[in-house]
Design a protein around this ligand. Structure first.
Ligand code: COA
Length: 331
């Protein structure tokens, strides 16, 4: 069996900043409420005239990740693209990204939708394909344009989300390399499908004039159900990974949880007994960018020098489904 390692990272966030004060002019909310309940100060919003839809944002993060890996676009043998609301229903967003990157080798392209957990699902699938020798270099992208399904008239959800992209190149490690993916765990609890849902716009319920009239083309959420399940599932998945790899939190250099909101991040850290100084947080700048949040936070911490080769990292994510996943690796 081969081992895989992260050889390159990249990220992209749209230029346009939407602050809490901007939102308080759109809905009945305040900077104080948003910061107290979520830790979020601002988020980025896509501009379609600047190609800031999923494949357009991913072009920038993927290009950076491929360059940082020391590779050329045509070295990529597969694109795994985590996205909740794709560019279009088909062709898939991974194929659109292949085109944008100028990849002419006809590499495999697949979209993954596991909501905010999608990138951890994609990494787990990519790792298996590298471990079994099928591919040597896989681009794993998480990119989300949450502003499309955000109801900008619903203060209980619109303050939480932002747009962005994060990419990683996962490559076959050299024989003498210690970097590897140790383990991952994935799950989904379908008993709570309604807790975070966008029921309209798919095959089951196409958008009609009536749906538009009632503004039901947007997501809805039971925030407290999501909160409780997020902290419970992410902490228990991390504990499972540590236990079955005979490690403790003392062995972990950095914990990168899904950047949903600061209270979820802090509570998950407390349940895990993870010292706050080991937790990577950037939710205050970008809000919840769904499956883009972990790869983008990873890239920031690699670029600013916090994350170094040889360190052990723990990722944990949670989202609609209710999906959840965690991954343990040496960078
Ligand atoms: N500004 C001001 N007031 C708001 C508001 C906003 N943006 N959003 C909701 N409120 C109000 C509610 O209407 C309610 O008012 P009421 O008491 O008069 O009815 C009050 O604030 C409390 O609302 P509640 O929903 O009980 O707040 P909460 O403490 O559960 O916090 C969340 C709400 C959304 C921040 C919290 O539930 C949460 O973080 N959930 C997880 C969400 C998430 O991360 N989802 C994505 C996962 S991938």
């Amino acid at each position: 069996m081969y081992q895989s390692k992260i050889t390159g990272t990249g990220k992209y966030h749209p230029e346009k900043v939407l602050t809490n004060d901007d939102l308080s002019k759109m809905v009945d909310t305040s900077d104080e409420w948003i910061i107290q309940r979520t830790g979020i100060k601002e988020r980025r919003q896509s501009d379609l005239t600047k190609d800031e839809f999923p494949s357009g944002m991913a072009y920038h993060s993927a290009k950076e990740a491929i360059e940082n890996a020391g590779l050329e676009p045509n070295d990529i043998e597969m694109i795994v693209f985590s996205v909740t609301l794709p560019d279009m229903l088909f062709p898939n967003t991974a194929s659109c990204l292949q085109d944008k990157l100028g990849i002419t080798n006809k590499c495999a392209c697949i979209d993954v939708n596991a909501a905010c957990t999608g990138w951890v699902y994609g990494m787990t699938m990519a790792n298996s394909l590298i471990q079994t020798g099928v591919y040597k270099n896989i681009l794993v992208v998480g990119t989300e344009m949450t502003s499309t399904f955000n109801n900008w008239e619903d203060r209980s959800t619109c303050v939480l989300f932002g747009d962005g992209s994060g990419s990683v190149v996962l490559s076959r490690a050299d024989d003498n390399d210690t970097a590897k993916i140790y383990d991952s765990v994935l799950s989904s609890d379908s008993s709570k499908l309604d807790a975070l849902i966008l029921p309209n716009g798919g095959s089951k319920s196409p958008v009609t004039a009536e749906i538009l009239e009632k503004r039901e083309q947007y997501m809805s959420m039971d925030g407290q159900v999501i909160f409780k399940n997020a902290v419970k599932t992410m902490s228990s998945h991390c504990a499972t990974l540590l236990k079955r790899n005979n490690l403790t939190l003392d062995d972990i250099d950095w914990f990168i949880p899904h950047q949903a909101n600061l209270r979820i991040i802090e509570t998950t850290g407390q349940l895990l007994k993870c010292p706050p100084e080991k937790v990577i947080v950037n939710v205050e700048k970008y809000a919840n960018t769904s499956s883009a949040s972990i790869p983008a936070a990873l890239h920031e911490a690699v670029i600013d020098g916090r994350i170094k080769r040889g360190q052990k990292l723990l990722f944990a994510a949670f989202g609609a489904g209710l999906t959840s996943g965690a991954m343990l690796l040496e960078f």
